[in-house]
Ligand binder design. Sequence first.
Ligand code: MN
Length: 242
Amino acid sequence: MMDLHCHLDLYKEPEKIISRAKDKGLYVLSITTTPSAWKGTCALTRNIPRFKTALGLHPQLAHKRKHELPLFDEYFDEAKYIGEIGLDGSKEYKAYMPEQLEVFKHILKKCASKPTKILSVHSRSAEKLVLDQIEDAGNIGKIILHWYTGSKSQLERAKNLGLWFSIGPAMTLSKNGQKIISYLPKDKILLETDGPFAKVNNKQLEPVDVDIVVTYLASEWQTSSEKVLNILSQNLKNLVQI
Ligand code: MN
C-alpha cells in the first residue's frame, strides 16, 4: 500500500515512523515544505527503495520562503516528485496570495520545462485558482490533488483535466470528505495521511494508518479490502509509469 503525502521530516521520531512503514512494505512519498529541507529529508530514507522524497515550497510558507526559489531550481533536476506546492485561500493565508501565486507560477513554469514529474498539490479554499494555474501552465507532468475539500463543480473540472486525488483517513471521517470520495473516479484514487499535520482522535497520523482508508473504501464500494488494494496498486502503477 502507499502513503503519497506525509511529512516524514516533521515527526518527532521519524526513524520509528519510517521503520513501521517499511515493515509493512508501504510506498511512501515524503513531502517537503521548503527547498532547504530537501537534502535532510532525502537523507532520512536514502537507502529505502520504496521511499521517495518530493521537493516543495508550501503555499502557507510562500511569503516567508520565496527567497528559496533559486534553491528550488537548483534541486529541480534531481527531484522526480514535486510537492508540497499549490495555493491556500483560507483566512490566515489569503493576504499572501500574491506571494503564493508568484511561487506557484514559478514552480509550474519550471515543471512545464520538464514535464516528467509527479506533483502533489494543495488547493484549500483556492480550488478554482489552482485549476486556473494548472490549465494555463499546459503540460506540467502528473498532478495529484492532495486532500481536496472544494466544490463539486471544481472537482468535475479537475476530473476533466485528468488529475489524480490522494485521500486520507481524516477525509473518510467527515461528511464533506465522504461526499467528495463518492464523486471520485476509482481509477484516479491514491492514498495519503498528511501526517503529522493530520490527526484522527487526537493522534498524529502516520503512513501505516492508510489502512483506515482501505477499510472505508471497501465498505463504500461494497467490495473486499483485497479488491480495493488491487485497484489502488494498479492506480499507483499507472501513476508512476511514464
Ligand atoms: Mn501536507
